[in-house]
Structure formats: structure tokens, C-alpha cells
Design a protein around this ligand. Structure first.
Ligand code: PMP
Length: 387
């Protein structure tokens, strides 16, 4: 195990004079803390003996029903028996990897991919083979080629890990036709899909992309989370998995945490039943949309020619690629000196690629700070181009 590049950045990026476009912290300033406070108070007063006790390894039954209702917004019809509550979707990634991977097995993942998944895959000694994306996400033909190449080399592919909606870090979303095609390819190849969907409800255009799991009950393990639609501090996520996989997931989860935290689960459950959570998701969308607009506006006003970036329609991230010959990791100290931080692209690849790219997050700073951050970044890029 090694520290991720994002991790070692946090200390520098959190200095107040630095505009951090690096971290992906959800912006929970819009949460009604008085409402959350009284929900939690009530929970302890009325159901304290349950809320502070051990619970079922699979997760609270009522919360699992509510999770099915939340998933229905993405078109998924799941049964509460097939849901396992996890400690964030990060634990779900850990459990899925633990039950499927033997050292040397191959996982297919988008290029780039979520840094937290890559480090989990690495810790179980999986070999990640990246599949190219474009501005519409994973390219089906490239997936076919990757499967062929890995099979020809005699290695075993265990699953495809994908983030189809509002990708972290790429900021792109897979259109419906590609989802169908990728499902078809994976069915033909008998390849399991791990669909990681923490941002699915956070689209800016009103529509919620239909999850891949909605069109395939058997071939997809769906991972969800309340970290971005409610609050990450509760650490509540889940999996929806085919029955046989679900049984193994629960066994693996029990051996690592006995049960997910009861207090957090019941807090989320009370929030879902006692508060207008859909209204809150809408408020989050507005908050992030305003910040996305600030970032895209500033980038198109200020970035030098030859720079390319994605145009997210939801989620937290823009993926920016600099002109040929530039290196975002080498440039980072100069950016920090100019009081702006980002995550270098190589953090999101298992194979050292991505050196011309960076991830910019717009989720946390104010729109004014985002514009200022992009202005500082554009200055640094301009100097690099001249060097
Ligand atoms: N998957 C993706 C794509 C993410 O961006 C994150 C959080 N940054 C996670 C999983 C983990 O989230 P959590 O454990 O908070 O649910």
C-alpha cells in the first residue's frame, strides 16, 4: 500500500490562502443542521436502545427498504433482501474486491478511474487494465479490444469497474446507447459489472441517468452512497447484488465490521422518512450547478489555447488536459506557490499515464473562489507553455 497523491496533497491544499480545486469534499453547508440535530435528538430519545446497539450484518431492514426507494429514482427495481448496507461505498468496493480477486486477476476500469477504487484494487494485488474513454465515457469498441487482449494473454478478468454517471475524475456521463452496448458486451463475455453510482442523482439537467443495473439484474453489482446526497460523515453506502454475491458480501462485511454502524443507519433512515430529502437533493444540484458554471465560464475565459477540458452535466469534477509536453505533476509545486491546488492526472491511472491531465473539483469552494483559482491556474499554465 502507498499513500495516494490526493492524500499527501490535503495538508498543502487546506492552507487558507490556497484555492483548493483538489479535494472532492461534498458541500454540506446547505444542509439544515437544526433539522438534522432534532432528528438525531429524537432518535436517541425514542429509539436510543436500538440505535446504540449492534445490528444485523446486512444492515437495518427498514433502511434497506428505503434504499430501494432511493434507487428507484435511477430506474433500479431492487429487493431489500438483495441490499447490503456498507460503511460508505468505499467499503463496498473493498468487499467486492475481497470476494472476487485473487492476486494477479484483472479488473477492467476506465482510464482514468476513481483513485480510491484503484488503491483498493492494488491492495488486493489485482492488475488493473484501463479502457479508453472519450467525452461520452467508456468506448465500447475499446472495451471489446481490452477483453480480447486480456483473454489472449491467458489472464482472468474478474469484473469491469465503471462509473457511468458524472464520472470521478473525468466528469463525463455515458449515454443510454452506450450503456446498452456495454451491457450486451459484458453479457456475451459473461463479465460482471461493478457499477459505482454515488453521483447519479446529482445531474444538472433535471434528468437522472438510468442506471445500468436497471436493465440487468444478474450481471451488475450496483454501489450507492448517501455521502453526496446527504452527508459523508454518516458513512452509509450500500450494494445491490445478485443473490449469490450478496450472501458472500454479507459474510465478508461481518468479518470486517460485524455490522454497519446502527446509529448512522437509523439517522439516515429517519432523515429519509422525516425530511424532504428529494428537495434537499434538488438544493444540492443547484449549489453544484452554480459552481460548475463558474468553473466552466472561468476556464473558457482564461485557459490558454491547446487546453482541453470536459463539460460535466452533473457531479463534482472537470478533467483538464494540457498541451503536449506539459506535466501536471511537475507543475504542481509552481501551482501551489501561486496558491492553487489540483490533483495530477497520474493519480487516476494504475499504469503511470495521465501526466498531461489534472482533476479540478468545483464542489467545495464558492463561485468567486473557483474563478480566482482558475485565474491562478491559467497563469501557471501560461508560464509553463512559454518555458
Ligand atoms: N466511488 C466514487 C466514484 C467516489 O467518488 C467516492 C467518494 N469520493 C466513493 C466511491 C466513496 O464514497 P463513500 O465511501 O463516501 O460512499
Amino acid at each position: 500500500m502507498t499513500a495516494s497523491e490526493v492524500r499527501s496533497l490535503f495538508a498543502v491544499a487546506s492552507r487558507p490562502e490556497v484555492v483548493s480545486l483538489a479535494g472532492g469534499m461534498p458541500n454540506i453547508s446547505g444542509l439544515p443542521m437544526d433539522v438534522v440535530g432534532s432528528l438525531l435528538n429524537n432518535l436517541i430519545e425514542k429509539r436510543g436502545l436500538t440505535a446504540l446497539q449492534y445490528g444485523s450484518g446486512q444492515g437495518d431492514p427498514r433502511l434497506r427498504e428505503q434504499i430501494c426507494e432511493v434507487m428507484s429514482a435511477t430506474g433500479v427495481r431492487g429487493h431489500p433482501d438483495d441490499v447490503t448496507v456498507t460503511v460508505g461505498s468505499q467499503q463496498a468496493l473493498d468487499l467486492v474486491t475481497r470476494i472476487f480477486i485473487d492476486p494477479g486477476d484483472v479488473i477492467l476500469a476506465e482510464a482514468p478511474s476513481y483513485v480510491g477504487a484503484l488503491s483498493t484494487f492494488r491492495s488486493y494485488q489485482a492488475e488493473v487494465v484501463h479502457v479508453e474513454m472519450d467525452d461520452e465515457g467508456l468506448i465500447p469498441d475499446r472495451l471489446r479490444e481490452a477483453i480480447r487482449a486480456v483473454n489472449a494473454s491467458g489472464r482472468r478478468i474478474k469484473f469491469l469497474y465503471t462509473i457511468p454517471s458524472y464520472h470521478n475524475p473525468a466528469g463525463v456521463t455515458l449515454p443510454a446507447e452506450r450503456r446498452t452496448e456495454i451491457l450486451r458486451i459484458c453479457r456475451q463475455e459473461d463479465l460482471l459489472i461493478i457499477e459505482d453510482d454515488p453521483y447519479g442523482l446529482l445531474g444538472f439537467d433535471g434528468e437522472v441517468p438510468r442506471a445500468m443495473r436497471a436493465d440487468d439484474d444478474e450481471g451488475v453489482v450496483y454501489l450507492g452512497s448517501f455521502s453526496k446526497t446527504f452527508a459523508p460523515g454518516f458513512r452509509v453506502g450500500w450494494t445491490l447484488a445478485p443473490h449469490a454475491v450478496r450472501e458472500k458480501l454479507v459474510l465478508a462485511a461481518e468479518s470486517s465490521v460485524l455490522c454497519p454502524p446502527t446509529f448512522s443507519q437509523l439517522a439516515v433512515s429517519e432523515y429519509l422518512s422525516g425530511y424532504d430529502w428529494r428537495g434537499q437533493v434538488k438544493a444540492f444540484r443547484e449549489l453544484y450547478r452554480e459552481r460548475r458554471d463558474a468553473m466552466l465560464g472561468a476556464l473558457s475565459d482564461l485557459m490558454p489555447e491547446g487546453t482541453h477540458w470536459t463539460h460535466p452535466s452533473g457531479g463534482f469534477y472537470v478533467w483538464l488536459t494540457l498541451p503536449e509536453g506539459l506535466d501536471t505533476k511537475a507543475m504542481l509545486p509552481r501551482a501551489v506557490t501561486n496558491r492553487v491546488a489540483y490533483v495530477p492526472g497520474t493519480a487516476f491511472y494504475a499504469d503511470g499515464f495521465g501526466s498531461r491531465s489534472m482533476r479540478l473539483s468545483y464542489c467545495y469552494p464558492t463561485p468567486e473562489r473557483i474563478r480566482e483559482g482558475v485565474r491562478r491556474l491559467a497563469q501557471v499554465v501560461e508560464q509553463e507553455v512559454e518555458l
